[in-house]
Design a protein around this ligand. Sequence first.
Ligand code: ZN
Length: 431
Amino acid sequence: MYFEPKYECMNRESLEQLKLERLQAALTRISKNVPFYRKKFEELKIDPYDFESLYDLVNLPLTTKNDLAEHAPYGLFAVPLREVVRLHGTYGLRGKSVVVGYTINDIHRWSKLAARVLMAGGVTKDDVIQVAYNYGLSTSGFGIHYGAEELGATVVPASSGNTNRQISIIQDYNVTTLVCLPSYALYLADRMEEKGININALSLRTGLLGEEAWSEETRIEIQDRLKITAADNYGLSEIMGPGVAGECLERKGMHVNEDHFLPEVIDPKTLKPVEPGQVGELVITTLTKEALPLIRFRTGDLTRLIYDPCPCGRTFVRMQRITGRCDDMLIIQGVNVFPEQISMILSDTEGRTPNYQIVLEREGSLDKATVLMEADVLIPDKIKEQQRFIEGVKQRLAMELGVFFEVRLVELRSMVFEGDKVVPVVDKRTF
Ligand code: ZN
Protein backbone atom coordinates (compact mmCIF):
# COMPACT_ATOMS: atom_id res chain seq x y z
CA MET A 1 0.00 0.00 0.00
CA TYR A 2 1.49 3.29 -1.12
CA PHE A 3 0.22 6.82 -0.66
CA GLU A 4 2.00 8.21 -3.73
CA PRO A 5 3.22 5.19 -5.74
CA LYS A 6 4.20 7.45 -8.65
CA TYR A 7 7.05 8.75 -6.52
CA GLU A 8 7.56 6.09 -3.86
CA CYS A 9 8.09 3.37 -6.49
CA MET A 10 9.76 5.50 -9.17
CA ASN A 11 12.56 3.76 -11.02
CA ARG A 12 15.96 4.88 -9.80
CA GLU A 13 16.99 6.51 -13.05
CA SER A 14 13.95 8.80 -13.20
CA LEU A 15 14.30 9.46 -9.49
CA GLU A 16 17.94 10.56 -9.87
CA GLN A 17 16.87 12.89 -12.68
CA LEU A 18 14.02 14.32 -10.61
CA LYS A 19 16.35 14.84 -7.65
CA LEU A 20 18.90 16.66 -9.79
CA GLU A 21 16.29 18.93 -11.35
CA ARG A 22 14.80 19.75 -7.97
CA LEU A 23 18.23 20.40 -6.49
CA GLN A 24 19.15 22.73 -9.35
CA ALA A 25 15.93 24.69 -8.87
CA ALA A 26 16.45 24.77 -5.09
CA LEU A 27 20.03 26.05 -5.38
CA THR A 28 19.16 28.91 -7.69
CA ARG A 29 16.22 29.88 -5.47
CA ILE A 30 18.34 29.71 -2.34
CA SER A 31 21.20 31.66 -3.86
CA LYS A 32 18.78 34.39 -4.92
CA ASN A 33 16.90 34.64 -1.64
CA VAL A 34 19.20 33.65 1.23
CA PRO A 35 22.24 35.93 1.71
CA PHE A 36 23.85 33.40 4.09
CA TYR A 37 24.07 30.78 1.35
CA ARG A 38 24.82 33.28 -1.40
CA LYS A 39 27.90 34.34 0.55
CA LYS A 40 28.95 30.72 1.11
CA PHE A 41 28.58 29.93 -2.60
CA GLU A 42 30.75 32.93 -3.44
CA GLU A 43 33.42 31.90 -0.95
CA LEU A 44 33.46 28.34 -2.31
CA LYS A 45 33.25 29.56 -5.90
CA ILE A 46 30.09 27.57 -6.54
CA ASP A 47 27.87 28.66 -9.38
CA PRO A 48 24.38 27.48 -8.47
CA TYR A 49 23.28 28.03 -12.08
CA ASP A 50 25.87 25.54 -13.22
CA PHE A 51 25.23 22.51 -11.07
CA GLU A 52 25.36 19.47 -13.31
CA SER A 53 25.49 16.34 -11.21
CA LEU A 54 24.39 14.94 -7.87
CA TYR A 55 28.01 13.85 -7.38
CA ASP A 56 28.84 17.54 -6.89
CA LEU A 57 26.68 17.61 -3.78
CA VAL A 58 29.76 16.97 -1.63
CA ASN A 59 31.19 20.33 -2.72
CA LEU A 60 28.27 22.27 -1.30
CA PRO A 61 28.63 23.87 2.14
CA LEU A 62 27.36 22.10 5.25
CA THR A 63 24.77 23.77 7.48
CA THR A 64 24.76 23.30 11.25
CA LYS A 65 22.28 23.82 14.06
CA ASN A 66 24.50 26.66 15.13
CA ASP A 67 23.99 28.41 11.77
CA LEU A 68 20.26 28.18 12.34
CA ALA A 69 20.53 29.50 15.88
CA GLU A 70 22.77 32.37 14.85
CA HIS A 71 20.39 33.48 12.14
CA ALA A 72 17.25 33.01 14.20
CA PRO A 73 14.50 33.85 13.92
CA TYR A 74 14.12 34.49 10.19
CA GLY A 75 17.61 35.05 8.77
CA LEU A 76 17.69 31.83 6.72
CA PHE A 77 14.14 32.09 5.39
CA ALA A 78 13.94 32.14 1.60
CA VAL A 79 10.56 33.87 1.46
CA PRO A 80 9.22 37.03 3.09
CA LEU A 81 7.43 36.46 6.39
CA ARG A 82 4.06 37.34 4.83
CA GLU A 83 4.28 34.10 2.82
CA VAL A 84 4.93 32.04 5.93
CA VAL A 85 1.78 30.52 7.36
CA ARG A 86 3.27 28.53 10.24
CA LEU A 87 6.20 28.69 12.63
CA HIS A 88 7.53 25.94 14.83
CA GLY A 89 10.51 26.05 17.13
CA THR A 90 13.20 24.00 18.69
CA TYR A 91 16.07 24.61 21.08
CA GLY A 92 19.41 25.09 19.44
CA LEU A 93 22.84 25.40 20.93
CA ARG A 94 23.40 27.58 23.97
CA GLY A 95 19.68 27.63 24.58
CA LYS A 96 19.15 29.83 21.55
CA SER A 97 15.84 29.19 19.96
CA VAL A 98 15.68 27.91 16.40
CA VAL A 99 12.63 28.95 14.41
CA VAL A 100 11.40 26.97 11.42
CA GLY A 101 8.80 28.24 8.98
CA TYR A 102 6.41 26.84 6.40
CA THR A 103 4.61 28.31 3.40
CA ILE A 104 1.17 26.93 2.59
CA ASN A 105 2.83 24.71 -0.06
CA ASP A 106 5.28 23.44 2.57
CA ILE A 107 2.34 22.51 4.81
CA HIS A 108 0.61 20.66 1.98
CA ARG A 109 3.78 18.75 1.12
CA TRP A 110 4.41 18.01 4.79
CA SER A 111 0.93 16.51 5.09
CA LYS A 112 1.50 14.30 2.06
CA LEU A 113 4.92 13.10 3.25
CA ALA A 114 3.62 12.33 6.72
CA ALA A 115 0.72 10.44 5.07
CA ARG A 116 3.26 8.37 3.13
CA VAL A 117 5.04 7.47 6.35
CA LEU A 118 1.80 6.54 8.12
CA MET A 119 0.70 4.37 5.24
CA ALA A 120 4.10 2.68 4.88
CA GLY A 121 3.85 1.82 8.59
CA GLY A 122 0.56 0.01 8.02
CA VAL A 123 -1.93 2.77 8.88
CA THR A 124 -4.98 3.12 6.61
CA LYS A 125 -7.80 5.60 6.13
CA ASP A 126 -10.02 3.34 8.22
CA ASP A 127 -7.87 3.82 11.32
CA VAL A 128 -8.66 5.93 14.37
CA ILE A 129 -5.33 7.53 15.24
CA GLN A 130 -4.53 8.81 18.70
CA VAL A 131 -1.72 11.34 18.46
CA ALA A 132 -0.13 11.41 21.90
CA TYR A 133 2.71 13.70 20.85
CA ASN A 134 2.99 17.22 22.09
CA TYR A 135 1.01 19.74 20.05
CA GLY A 136 2.77 23.03 20.19
CA LEU A 137 6.03 24.54 19.07
CA SER A 138 7.38 21.04 18.50
CA THR A 139 6.62 19.67 15.04
CA SER A 140 5.71 16.13 16.03
CA GLY A 141 2.01 16.45 16.93
CA PHE A 142 0.96 18.66 14.05
CA GLY A 143 3.05 16.78 11.45
CA ILE A 144 1.42 13.44 12.12
CA HIS A 145 -1.98 15.08 12.63
CA TYR A 146 -1.99 16.66 9.17
CA GLY A 147 -0.60 13.48 7.62
CA ALA A 148 -3.36 11.40 9.17
CA GLU A 149 -6.04 13.75 7.88
CA GLU A 150 -4.43 13.75 4.44
CA LEU A 151 -4.64 9.97 4.52
CA GLY A 152 -8.32 10.22 5.30
CA ALA A 153 -7.97 8.55 8.68
CA THR A 154 -9.76 9.74 11.83
CA VAL A 155 -7.51 11.73 14.14
CA VAL A 156 -7.84 12.10 17.89
CA PRO A 157 -5.50 14.97 18.90
CA ALA A 158 -4.92 13.69 22.44
CA SER A 159 -1.58 15.53 22.77
CA SER A 160 0.95 14.37 25.35
CA GLY A 161 0.62 13.73 29.08
CA ASN A 162 -2.30 12.76 31.35
CA THR A 163 -1.94 9.01 31.05
CA ASN A 164 -5.33 8.17 32.60
CA ARG A 165 -7.03 10.27 29.98
CA GLN A 166 -4.92 8.70 27.21
CA ILE A 167 -6.05 5.26 28.36
CA SER A 168 -9.70 6.35 28.49
CA ILE A 169 -9.42 7.71 24.96
CA ILE A 170 -7.94 4.42 23.70
CA GLN A 171 -10.92 2.62 25.22
CA ASP A 172 -13.74 5.09 24.56
CA TYR A 173 -12.85 6.09 21.00
CA ASN A 174 -11.97 2.56 19.83
CA VAL A 175 -8.52 3.79 18.85
CA THR A 176 -6.73 1.52 16.39
CA THR A 177 -3.43 3.39 15.90
CA LEU A 178 -1.26 4.83 18.60
CA VAL A 179 1.27 7.56 17.80
CA CYS A 180 3.70 8.38 20.62
CA LEU A 181 7.25 7.96 21.92
CA PRO A 182 8.27 4.28 22.15
CA SER A 183 9.03 4.75 25.86
CA TYR A 184 5.56 6.17 26.38
CA ALA A 185 4.00 3.17 24.62
CA LEU A 186 5.70 0.97 27.21
CA TYR A 187 4.56 3.23 30.00
CA LEU A 188 0.98 2.99 28.73
CA ALA A 189 1.34 -0.80 28.73
CA ASP A 190 2.54 -0.67 32.39
CA ARG A 191 -0.35 1.50 33.46
CA MET A 192 -2.97 -0.51 31.61
CA GLU A 193 -1.66 -3.71 33.13
CA GLU A 194 -1.75 -2.10 36.59
CA LYS A 195 -5.35 -1.08 36.03
CA GLY A 196 -6.19 -4.63 35.03
CA ILE A 197 -7.30 -3.60 31.55
CA ASN A 198 -7.64 -6.49 29.12
CA ILE A 199 -5.39 -5.27 26.30
CA ASN A 200 -6.61 -8.05 24.02
CA ALA A 201 -10.08 -6.53 24.15
CA LEU A 202 -8.91 -3.13 22.85
CA SER A 203 -9.12 -2.09 19.20
CA LEU A 204 -5.42 -1.15 18.98
CA ARG A 205 -3.63 -2.76 16.04
CA THR A 206 -0.79 -0.46 14.94
CA GLY A 207 1.67 1.95 16.47
CA LEU A 208 3.70 4.61 14.70
CA LEU A 209 6.44 5.38 17.14
CA GLY A 210 9.46 7.65 16.94
CA GLU A 211 11.18 10.83 18.17
CA GLU A 212 13.71 8.93 20.29
CA ALA A 213 16.17 6.06 19.90
CA TRP A 214 14.70 2.61 20.52
CA SER A 215 15.92 -0.90 19.96
CA GLU A 216 14.54 -3.96 18.26
CA GLU A 217 14.04 -5.54 21.72
CA THR A 218 11.88 -2.59 22.74
CA ARG A 219 9.84 -3.00 19.57
CA ILE A 220 9.25 -6.67 20.32
CA GLU A 221 8.22 -5.83 23.87
CA ILE A 222 5.82 -3.08 22.77
CA GLN A 223 4.25 -5.30 20.12
CA ASP A 224 3.87 -8.12 22.56
CA ARG A 225 2.38 -6.12 25.40
CA LEU A 226 0.13 -3.75 23.43
CA LYS A 227 -0.80 -6.35 20.79
CA ILE A 228 0.15 -4.02 17.95
CA THR A 229 2.49 -3.87 14.98
CA ALA A 230 4.92 -1.04 15.69
CA ALA A 231 6.76 0.94 12.99
CA ASP A 232 9.56 3.46 13.39
CA ASN A 233 9.75 6.81 11.65
CA TYR A 234 12.19 9.70 11.48
CA GLY A 235 11.86 13.43 11.25
CA LEU A 236 13.38 16.56 12.69
CA SER A 237 12.02 20.05 13.00
CA GLU A 238 14.86 21.75 11.16
CA ILE A 239 14.17 19.66 8.08
CA MET A 240 10.38 19.50 8.36
CA GLY A 241 9.21 17.32 11.24
CA PRO A 242 7.81 13.79 11.00
CA GLY A 243 7.55 12.63 7.38
CA VAL A 244 11.23 12.61 6.45
CA ALA A 245 11.52 8.82 6.58
CA GLY A 246 9.48 5.87 7.76
CA GLU A 247 9.55 2.10 7.93
CA CYS A 248 7.56 -0.05 5.57
CA LEU A 249 6.15 -3.32 6.81
CA GLU A 250 9.41 -5.12 6.00
CA ARG A 251 10.74 -3.06 8.90
CA LYS A 252 14.37 -3.22 7.90
CA GLY A 253 15.19 0.46 7.75
CA MET A 254 13.17 3.62 7.08
CA HIS A 255 12.57 4.74 3.49
CA VAL A 256 13.74 8.34 3.11
CA ASN A 257 11.34 10.46 1.03
CA GLU A 258 14.15 10.99 -1.43
CA ASP A 259 12.19 13.03 -3.93
CA HIS A 260 12.10 15.78 -1.27
CA PHE A 261 15.17 15.10 0.89
CA LEU A 262 18.66 14.15 -0.21
CA PRO A 263 20.33 12.04 2.46
CA GLU A 264 24.09 11.63 2.81
CA VAL A 265 26.21 10.06 5.52
CA ILE A 266 29.47 11.76 6.47
CA ASP A 267 32.25 11.12 8.94
CA PRO A 268 31.51 13.70 11.66
CA LYS A 269 35.24 14.26 12.24
CA THR A 270 36.59 14.58 8.69
CA LEU A 271 33.25 15.78 7.23
CA LYS A 272 33.92 13.55 4.21
CA PRO A 273 31.33 11.08 2.91
CA VAL A 274 31.70 7.60 4.42
CA GLU A 275 31.90 4.50 2.24
CA PRO A 276 28.41 3.44 1.06
CA GLY A 277 26.62 1.53 3.80
CA GLN A 278 28.93 2.71 6.60
CA VAL A 279 27.70 4.40 9.76
CA GLY A 280 28.19 8.14 10.15
CA GLU A 281 26.32 11.39 10.62
CA LEU A 282 23.16 11.87 8.60
CA VAL A 283 23.18 15.01 6.46
CA ILE A 284 20.05 16.15 4.63
CA THR A 285 19.46 18.62 1.83
CA THR A 286 15.87 19.76 1.33
CA LEU A 287 14.79 19.80 -2.33
CA THR A 288 11.37 21.38 -2.20
CA LYS A 289 11.09 23.38 1.01
CA GLU A 290 10.07 26.95 0.24
CA ALA A 291 10.24 28.85 3.53
CA LEU A 292 13.33 27.31 5.08
CA PRO A 293 15.37 25.34 2.55
CA LEU A 294 18.56 23.85 3.98
CA ILE A 295 21.66 22.64 2.20
CA ARG A 296 23.50 19.66 3.68
CA PHE A 297 22.09 20.09 7.16
CA ARG A 298 24.07 18.15 9.77
CA THR A 299 21.46 16.29 11.81
CA GLY A 300 23.88 15.01 14.45
CA ASP A 301 22.13 11.62 14.20
CA LEU A 302 24.19 8.51 13.53
CA THR A 303 22.88 6.03 10.99
CA ARG A 304 23.78 4.24 7.77
CA LEU A 305 22.04 4.11 4.41
CA ILE A 306 20.79 0.85 2.92
CA TYR A 307 20.80 0.84 -0.87
CA ASP A 308 19.54 -2.73 -1.48
CA PRO A 309 16.14 -2.90 -3.15
CA CYS A 310 13.34 -3.40 -0.63
CA PRO A 311 10.79 -6.18 -1.19
CA CYS A 312 7.97 -3.70 -0.44
CA GLY A 313 8.45 -2.12 -3.87
CA ARG A 314 9.49 1.32 -2.69
CA THR A 315 12.66 2.42 -4.44
CA PHE A 316 13.70 5.07 -1.91
CA VAL A 317 16.94 4.41 -0.05
CA ARG A 318 16.49 3.28 3.56
CA MET A 319 18.18 4.61 6.68
CA GLN A 320 18.83 2.35 9.61
CA ARG A 321 17.29 3.21 12.94
CA ILE A 322 19.22 5.99 14.69
CA THR A 323 22.03 4.50 16.75
CA GLY A 324 23.14 7.61 18.60
CA ARG A 325 24.25 11.22 18.43
CA CYS A 326 27.59 12.58 17.33
CA ASP A 327 27.32 15.78 19.32
CA ASP A 328 26.49 16.23 22.98
CA MET A 329 22.76 16.65 22.45
CA LEU A 330 20.67 14.45 24.72
CA ILE A 331 17.19 13.21 23.97
CA ILE A 332 15.33 13.11 27.28
CA GLN A 333 11.66 12.19 27.43
CA GLY A 334 11.61 12.77 23.67
CA VAL A 335 12.91 16.33 24.00
CA ASN A 336 16.24 17.56 22.64
CA VAL A 337 18.40 19.01 25.39
CA PHE A 338 21.96 20.31 25.33
CA PRO A 339 23.89 20.01 28.61
CA GLU A 340 24.90 23.61 28.08
CA GLN A 341 21.27 24.72 28.41
CA ILE A 342 21.11 23.09 31.82
CA SER A 343 24.37 24.71 32.82
CA MET A 344 23.00 28.12 31.85
CA ILE A 345 19.83 27.67 33.86
CA LEU A 346 21.82 26.53 36.90
CA SER A 347 24.21 29.44 36.74
CA ASP A 348 21.28 31.80 36.27
CA THR A 349 19.53 30.61 39.40
CA GLU A 350 22.73 30.28 41.37
CA GLY A 351 24.59 33.37 40.23
CA ARG A 352 27.54 31.19 39.18
CA THR A 353 27.87 27.78 37.55
CA PRO A 354 27.94 25.20 40.31
CA ASN A 355 29.51 21.77 39.95
CA TYR A 356 26.75 19.61 38.60
CA GLN A 357 26.09 16.30 36.95
CA ILE A 358 23.18 15.14 34.82
CA VAL A 359 22.15 11.56 35.51
CA LEU A 360 19.84 9.79 33.09
CA GLU A 361 18.18 6.51 33.97
CA ARG A 362 15.28 4.38 32.87
CA GLU A 363 12.53 4.06 35.42
CA GLY A 364 10.29 1.31 34.12
CA SER A 365 9.91 2.43 30.53
CA LEU A 366 10.36 6.16 31.03
CA ASP A 367 13.40 8.40 31.16
CA LYS A 368 14.27 9.65 34.59
CA ALA A 369 16.48 12.73 34.60
CA THR A 370 18.26 14.04 37.67
CA VAL A 371 20.49 17.05 38.15
CA LEU A 372 22.96 16.66 40.99
CA MET A 373 24.26 19.97 42.30
CA GLU A 374 27.13 20.43 44.66
CA ALA A 375 25.70 21.02 48.14
CA ASP A 376 28.06 23.72 49.35
CA VAL A 377 26.37 26.20 47.06
CA LEU A 378 23.87 26.59 49.90
CA ILE A 379 23.96 27.55 53.51
CA PRO A 380 23.51 24.43 55.64
CA ASP A 381 20.82 24.22 58.33
CA LYS A 382 18.33 25.97 56.17
CA ILE A 383 16.28 23.07 54.93
CA LYS A 384 13.29 25.16 53.97
CA GLU A 385 15.39 27.54 51.95
CA GLN A 386 17.13 24.62 50.27
CA GLN A 387 13.77 23.09 49.42
CA ARG A 388 12.56 26.36 47.93
CA PHE A 389 15.76 26.64 45.92
CA ILE A 390 15.41 23.08 44.59
CA GLU A 391 11.78 23.71 43.61
CA GLY A 392 12.82 26.89 41.82
CA VAL A 393 15.49 25.08 39.80
CA LYS A 394 13.07 22.24 38.97
CA GLN A 395 10.45 24.66 37.76
CA ARG A 396 12.86 26.56 35.58
CA LEU A 397 14.23 23.39 34.02
CA ALA A 398 10.70 22.15 33.33
CA MET A 399 9.54 25.48 31.97
CA GLU A 400 12.52 26.24 29.78
CA LEU A 401 13.40 22.76 28.57
CA GLY A 402 10.07 20.97 28.69
CA VAL A 403 11.66 18.14 30.68
CA PHE A 404 10.95 17.22 34.27
CA PHE A 405 14.19 16.86 36.25
CA GLU A 406 14.71 15.71 39.80
CA VAL A 407 17.15 18.07 41.47
CA ARG A 408 19.33 16.91 44.34
CA LEU A 409 22.00 18.64 46.38
CA VAL A 410 24.88 16.30 46.99
CA GLU A 411 28.49 16.39 48.05
CA LEU A 412 30.92 16.78 45.22
CA ARG A 413 32.64 13.48 45.92
CA SER A 414 29.43 11.53 45.38
CA MET A 415 29.44 12.51 41.70
CA VAL A 416 31.12 10.42 38.99
CA PHE A 417 34.58 11.70 38.10
CA GLU A 418 36.92 11.16 35.21
CA GLY A 419 40.38 12.09 36.47
CA ASP A 420 39.79 15.26 38.46
CA LYS A 421 36.81 16.37 36.40
CA VAL A 422 33.15 15.79 37.08
CA VAL A 423 31.59 13.85 34.18
CA PRO A 424 28.84 16.22 32.95
CA VAL A 425 26.43 13.52 31.81
CA VAL A 426 26.04 10.01 33.19
CA ASP A 427 23.65 8.19 30.87
CA LYS A 428 22.64 4.86 32.38
CA ARG A 429 19.76 4.27 30.00
CA THR A 430 19.79 1.25 27.78
CA PHE A 431 17.59 1.24 24.71
ZN1 ZN B 1 10.28 -1.16 2.01
